[in-house]
Design a protein around this ligand. Structure first.
Ligand code: SF4
Length: 451
């Protein structure tokens, strides 16, 4: 059965140019399956296309907005008056959104946020949540495209341009569609998740009739609350080490989002970090890690590093090893530097010979493997919530805890599971053993630990 058709009221004021804008919006609304209704009572949302040319037109527009607010309450304003500073918001702070003239896409984005597009399974070729390549129980949610940084080893900004954040209402709507379709773990991704909203100056938009800032902390909190309603997890990826990353740690401690921070540090030597054009105060980073753990003791820290960066001396590499020892990160990925066509780091002097790079990479991995393995050993005896992924090729039942992102981290091998389980199901398990990369857990009632 399809959902009831959403109903929109429309008031069109102003000159023929405004009229054409109205026609385009109405056409799009109809094309997407919205019903256009002529009374305030029937409408679930009212659009007012305004004129702001002369004083009397401004007055007429403001009156029309006031009437729509009194009679209906849910009002989006577009048109020339929207381009005249804050006059609409100042006169009518209750309006849900304001755009300038000729802003079809922006208007439709606001409409989608307030009154989701109807989905008709008989005529729509794609489901509301879109087509996904991931298993049904987890999905990636991309919140922005591009990046404002210029790390010298990376060419993403030249390929994808500067940061462009998706409207937060649209992101929330996609998240809700995914949860509704059965997704139990949402993986928030971008090139730089912590920069979300910088390009739109952290603009305040609306979601579910409430103001919401286009900003990582606010997004993480809103996603966490939404996920709670659906009994699902939210995991943040690719968090550049900005100072305001500290703000999401309390959300992790409160259980709103998973206590998992994927923050690429890339190196620990201040000189190499400078050559990489990355934040370089490693003492501060260590203090921050300590603070994060004090606030959220069960936080999992994942990071990536590049070894053998051009000019890296043995001493600088050892600084990196010292950092690893001190930071005691849970999950680490590492690569030997390799020049990417177009990266400015290629022009740096003193490239590290390949055999030295490989030797350093091995030393790095040896140290980190020991740290990671010890961290896994320390989890024996703990109980934890695990999401079931399904069977591996060798028929092991696999799940993941908050510490394990799909595809990149380890797993919790589920043993002695007698009841039938399905992917996406959550289980409470006790950890009874650990291998180098994975944990072995059994359902709580069956748990006994081997010494
Ligand atoms: S490495 Fe990440 S933060 Fe740096 S430029 Fe590339 S995408 Fe941006």
């Amino acid at each position: 059965m399809s959902n009831p058709v959403p109903k929109v009221g429309f008031i069109s004021l102003g000159c023929p140019k405004a009229l054409v804008d109205s026609e385009q919006i109405l056409t799009q609304l109809r094309a997407e399956g919205y019903d256009i209704v002529s009374s305030y009572d029937d409408a679930q949302l009212v659009l007012v296309n305004t004129c702001g040319f002369i004083d009397s037109a401004v007055e007429e527009s403001l009156e029309a907005i006031g009437e729509a607010l009194d009679e209906n309450g849910k009002v989006i304003v577009t048109g020339c008056l929207g381009a005249k500073g804050d006059i609409v918001q100042q006169t009518h702070p209750q309006v849900l959104a304001v755009t300038g003239p000729h802003a079809l896409q922006e208007v439709m984005d606001h409409v989608h946020q307030q009154l989701p597009k109807p989905h008709d399974p008989y005529t729509d070729l794609i489901p509301a949540e879109g087509l996904k390549l991931t298993p049904q129980h987890y999905a990636y949610l991309k919140i922005s495209e591009g990046c404002n940084h210029r790390c010298s080893f990376c060419i993403i900004p030249s390929m994808r341009g500067d940061l462009v954040s998706r409207p937060i209402g649209e992101v929330m709507q996609e998240a809700e569609n995914l949860f509704k379709s059965g997704v139990k773990e949402l993986l928030v991704i971008s090139q730089d998740t912590s920069a979300y909203g910088v390009d739109v100056k952290y603009r305040t938009e609306f979601w579910g009739g409430r103001p919401l800032k286009t900003r990582m902390t606010e997004l993480a909190a809103a996603l966490g609350k939404l996920a709670r309603e659906y009994g699902a997890w939210v995991r943040l990826h690719y968090v550049y080490p900005y100072p305001h990353v500290d703000e999401v740690i309390p959300l992790m401690a409160d259980g709103l989002i998973l206590p998992y921070l994927d923050v690429p540090f890339q190196h620990a030597s201040p000189r190499i970090l400078k050559l990489m054009k990355r934040p370089g105060n490693i003492e501060k980073t260590l203090r921050r890690i300590e603070d994060w753990r004090a606030i959220c003791p069960n936080i999992t820290l994942r990071s990536t590093f590049i070894v053998g960066f051009p000019g890296e001396t043995e001493q600088e590499f050892e600084e990196l090893l010292e950092f690893l020892e001190e930071a005691q990160l849970d999950r680490v990925g590492a690569f030997a530097y390799s020049p990417v066509d177009g990266a400015t780091a290629n022009d740096l002097p003193d490239p590290v010979p390949e055999e030295v790079q490989q030797e350093r990479l091995e030393r790095f991995m040896q140290l980190q493997s020991a740290i990671s393995a010890e961290k896994l050993q320390n989890k024996i005896g703990q109980t934890m919530q695990v999401i079931v992924d399904g069977f591996s090729e060798d028929n092991l039942l696999l799940g993941r805890s908050s510490a394990d992102a799909p595809e990149i981290d380890g797993a919790v091998i589920l043993d002695q599971v007698e009841d039938e389980v399905t992917p996406g199901q959550f289980m409470e398990v006790k950890i009874v053993a650990a291998t180098e990369h994975d944990l072995i857990g059994v359902p709580i009632e069956d748990a006994t630990i081997d010494d």
